[in-house]
Design a protein. Structure first.
Length: 154
């Protein structure tokens, strides 16, 4: 598991973001955008679903970004297992995937993810998308948008 920390003086405002992403390039772009945002974020990474499920037993992040296409246990199965456990009821799960299939999007909606982000093609688009996601106060709000607002794009 990789950790990237962006800090300032207000340790109480830290947001622990865990991303389940097996693609190094996608992760590094995501991490670069996170570092550019004016937020206090601790970013951690796991590269497959089996590790993700084990890590969640140890520490629950403030937000989980979950790729669908991962080795060992894919994101669909992880989503089902996470949402089947009441311990994770307030964990925001943002699907972060290159999969654009409507069937997969609807599956993720039905299974309880909070948003679905189709991986943007540019740094600027990703920054816009992440700004939208981080504008929600996830520590105080459990937000499930209607299906019409479920997929976030730049």
């Amino acid at each position: 598991m990789e950790n990237i920390t962006q800090t300032d003086d207000s340790m109480n405002n830290q947001t622990h973001v865990l991303i389940a992403e097996d693609d190094d390039d996608d992760f590094h772009i995501f991490a670069s955008v996170i570092q550019e945002l004016s937020l206090t974020i601790i970013l951690s990474r796991v590269e497959d679903g089996r590790i993700l499920l084990r890590i969640l037993d140890e520490k629950i992040p403030d937000i989980l970004f979950l790729d669908i296409l991962m080795p060992a246990v894919d994101g669909r199965q992880c989503l089902k297992e996470i949402r089947a456990n009441k311990k994770y009821d307030t964990l925001p799960i943002i699907i972060y995937s290159s999969v654009t299939n409507l069937k997969d999007i609807e599956f993720c909606y039905r299974e309880g993810s909070n948003f679905y982000v189709v991986k943007p093609s540019t740094f600027t688009e990703l920054k816009t998308v992440l700004e939208k996601i981080f504008s929600v106060d996830w520590k105080k709000t459990v937000y499930y948008p209607p299906l019409s607002q479920f997929v976030i794009s730049a």
